[in-house]
Ligand binder design. Structure first.
Ligand SMILES: *[C@@H]1O[C@H](CO)[C@@H](O)[C@H](O)[C@H]1NC(C)=O
Length: 279
């Protein structure tokens, strides 16, 4: 029994920190509710299987679950991705419609002088203010920086969101830290269905990547090469497939926001999505 408990505990920690696998761009698969598959002797997933990557005319997909027209997404599945009040609408093409979330802090609402905002891991917006006296307040020291109870902090080279709270002993685990949620399927169902590739604004294959850069996806224009016959365990990009390890580059690439990128390098690292970086 004790052994079992430890095993579960260890799994939680390694999965929280991503154990070096976040450089492969895996958090988007967690976000999509995909199932990881492992090759023997490799700590990182070799591929994922995902529900809802293929176009559907009748359902919306979120975290591996199909939603029918008008069906709402439970708010507690959403909060950390800063989305609220989302429901599936199939009117033109299936996709989610969400309410606009406006945190007071984004709107420039002031707080009492001397106070600071209180955050939790469960909520996107702050949940209140913490005011003096601060003598009962926990302090967390991370990478030489001190945070007060209720303050958010990020852990370098990880995809964790953390909040300082009572009982923190320097371990980046629940209930202090949690893996990020990107919520891509709520806003970019069409990009995902068209087998676009997430773009991360990093330079090296070894950089940790979390949610795609400003929600940018690289769209296929047919000039990227690849194979038209989809092989098993390959990455799908537009209409084409790329084997693990295969890559292509684009130069002076104009994205869907009209910004030009000098160079974009896309590689099949962990199927079924390509992973694009600045390169
Ligand atoms: C911050 O908010 C949480 C959740 O509402 C609450 O439990 C906690 O006591 C608050 N922290 C402080 C220091 O007031």
């Amino acid at each position: 029994m004790l052994l079992l408990k430890c095993a579960i505990f260890l799994t939680v920690i390694t999965s929280l920190l991503g154990e070096g696998c976040d450089k492969n761009g895996i958090i988007i698969y967690e976000d999509l509710g995909c199932t990881p598959h492992y090759d023997e002797g490799n700590d990182c997933p070799s591929k994922y299987t995902c529900e809802g990557l293929e176009p559907s005319s009748t359902s919306c997909y979120f975290q591996g679950k199909a939603y029918q027209d008008g069906e709402p997404v439970e708010d507690d599945l959403l909060s950390r991705s800063c989305n609220v009040g989302c429901f599936c609408s199939v009117e033109e093409k299936p996709g989610f419609v969400c309410a606009i979330l406006d945190c007071p802090e984004w709107l420039g609402v002031r707080i009492e002088p001397g106070c600071y905002r209180n955050y939790t891991l469960e909520n996107c917006c702050s949940v209140g203010e913490i005011c003096p006296p601060f003598d009962q307040i926990e302090k967390c020291v991370v990478d030489g920086e001190e945070y007060r109870e209720g303050e958010m902090f990020y852990v370098e080279k990880s995809c964790l969101n953390c909040v300082c709270r009572k009982g923190f002993k320097g371990k980046f685990e629940e209930p202090f830290c949690t893996r990020r949620k990107c919520g891509q399927q709520l806003r970019y169902a069409d990009k995902i269905e068209r087998h676009c590739a997430p773009f991360y604004g990093v330079d090296s294959d070894n950089d940790v990547v979390c949610c795609p850069e400003v929600d940018l996806f690289i769209l296929a224009d047919g000039t990227e090469g690849g194979e038209s016959e989809a092989e098993a365990d390959s990455c799908k990009f537009g209409e084409m497939s790329f084997k693990v390890g295969q890559e292509f580059e684009k130069f002076m690439f104009a994205d869907n926001y009209g910004k030009t990128h000098e160079k974009v390098k896309c590689k099949c690292v962990t199927p079924p999505l390509m992973k694009c970086i600045k390169g």
